[in-house]
Ligand binder design. Structure first.
Ligand code: SAM
Ligand code: SF4
Ligand code: SF4
Length: 340
C-alpha cells in the first residue's frame, strides 16, 4: 500500500479526501442538551460495550488506509475522547502514520489538565476545547454536568502551557440561553491568546430539539463582535477549512465563524468521519455508514481496506447543508456517536 501513499481520491463533485475525524467513544461526562440530552442519554441509555469499539491497533490500520488516499489531517473526537483510556497511546500511533502531518483533538476540556503534557509528548499538534459560557450557571445549563467550569478553564490553561496553543475554543450559541455571553468569551480568548470560533447551532442527529429560532446567524455574531473589536477577514488558508477567519485589527489574534446553517461549505468539504464502531460516514448528516470494522475483522489485507475507503469516497455526493429543509431526509445518527 505504501506505493499509493498520498494518492488523491476524488468524489463525484471533485472533492478530494483530506481530513478524517475519528470518534473514539460514544460516552461523555457532559449532557449538553444540544448534543446528548439527558432525557435520552440518561441512566438507562445503553452505551456501546468495549468489544464494539475499534481497538487502537484497528484505528491505526484504518488511519493508514486513509493516509494512502490522501488524508493528512486527523482529529480525535467523540463523545468525550479523553474518557477513552490512554488516549495518548492512540495519538502516538496516528502521529507516527506515514502521510499524517497533523493530529488534533476536540474535547470538552474537563479531563485535559491532567493529560495535556502526555498528549503533546505523544505527538498531538493542536487542541480544540468546547466552551459555551464563562458564567458558571449558564455553563451548567449548556453542559448539564456536575463538573465545574473551572476544570475546563484549567484544561485550557494546561493545553496552552504544554505548547498546544493557540488553543481553539468552540462555542455553540443558543439564542436566549448563552448568546448574551458572547463578548465575555471574546475577551477571555483575546486575553488568553486563544482563538474563539462560534459554531451555528445545527440540526445534527434526531434528539436535540433543534429549532431554527435558536440559531444565532453568523452574520449577527460578526456584527456584535465587530461593533466592539474591529476585525478584517483572513483568507481561508486551505481547501476544506471550515471556519471563516477574522483578525482583530489591534493585533490580538483571530476569531472564527462556523456557518454550517446560514452559509454552507459543502462545495469544499474534504472530510470523512469514522464512528466509534468503525463505520465510515462521508457527511455529518448521512444516515448510513460503511462498515469498515467488518472489513477489518473479516481479515481483509491493507489493499482491501484501502479499496473500501477509496471506493466509498469515489461515489460520494453529499451536500446536506446546501439542500437543508428542501427535501425529507432519513433519520440521522447522533453526533456523539459519529464524532463531532
Ligand atoms: N465532547 C467533545 C466536545 O464537546 O468538544 C467532542 C465531541 S462534540 C460532539 C464536538 C463539537 O460538536 C463540540 O464543539 C460541540 O459544541 C459541537 N456540537 C455538538 N452538537 C452540536 C450542535 N447541535 N450544533 C453545533 N455544534 C454542535
Ligand atoms: Fe459531550 Fe461534547 Fe456532546 Fe457536550 S458536545 S454532550 S461535551 S460530546
Ligand atoms: Fe460536508 Fe455534509 Fe457538512 Fe456539507 S453537510 S459540509 S457535505 S459534512
Amino acid at each position: 500500500m505504501a506505493s499509493r501513499a498520498g494518492t488523491e481520491v476524488r468524489d463525484t463533485r471533485g472533492r478530494p479526501l483530506r481530513d478524517l475525524r475519528i470518534s473514539v467513544t460514544d460516552r461523555c461526562n457532559f449532557r449538553c442538551p444540544y448534543c446528548m440530552p439527558r432525557e435520552l442519554f440518561g441512566p438507562d441509555h445503553a452505551f456501546l460495550p468495549r468489544s464494539e469499539l475499534l481497538t487502537y491497533d484497528e484505528i491505526g490500520r484504518v488511519v493508514r488506509a486513509f493516509a494512502a488516499t490522501g488524508v493528512t489531517k486527523v482529529r480525535l473526537t467523540g463523545g468525550e475522547p479523553l474518557l477513552r483510556r490512554d488516549l495518548s497511546v492512540l495519538v502516538g500511533i496516528v502521529a507516527g502514520t506515514e502521510g499524517v502531518a497533523d493530529v488534533a483533538l476536540t474535547t470538552n476540556g474537563s479531563l485535559l489538565a491532567a493529560q495535556a503534557e502526555a498528549l503533546k509528548t505523544a505527538g498531538l499538534r493542536r487542541v480544540t476545547v468546547s466552551l459555551d459560557s464563562l458564567d458558571p450557571d449558564v455553563f451548567q445549563q449548556m453542559a448539564d454536568t456536575k463538573i465545574r467550569l473551572d476544570a475546563v478553564l484549567d484544561g485550557i490553561a494546561a493545553a496552552r502551557d504544554a505548547g498546544l496553543g493557540p488553543v481553539k475554543l468552540n462555542a455553540v450559541l443558543r439564542r436566549g440561553v448563552n448568546d448574551d455571553g458572547l463578548l465575555e468569551l471574546v475577551d477571555y480568548a483575546r486575553e488568553g491568546g486563544h482563538v474563539l470560533r462560534v459554531i451555528e447551532f445545527m440540526d445534527v442527529g434526531e434528539t436535540n430539539g433543534w429549532l431554527p429560532d435558536e440559531v444565532v446567524p453568523a452574520a449577527e455574531v460578526l456584527a456584535r463582535v465587530q461593533a466592539v473589536h474591529p476585525m478584517e477577514p483572513v483568507g481561508r488558508s486551505e481547501r476544506g477549512e471550515v471556519a471563516e477567519r477574522w483578525r482583530f485589527l489591534d493585533g490580538s489574534g483571530e476569531f472564527g465563524l462556523i456557518t454550517s446553517v446560514t452559509k454552507p461549505f459543502c462545495g469544499d468539504c474534504t472530510r470523512a468521519r469514522l464512528s466509534a464502531v468503525g463505520e465510515l460516514y462521508t457527511c455529518l448528516f448521512a444516515s448510513t455508514g460503511t462498515d469498515l470494522r467488518a472489513v477489518l475483522r473479516g481479515g481483509a489485507d491493507d489493499d482491501a481496506l484501502y479499496e473500501a475507503v477509496a471506493g466509498r469516497w469515489r461515489v460520494r455526493d453529499d451536500n446536506y447543508s446546501e439542500v437543508r429543509g428542501q427535501q425529507p431526509t432519513p433519520p440521522k445518527p447522533e453526533m456523539s456517536f459519529l464524532g463531532g
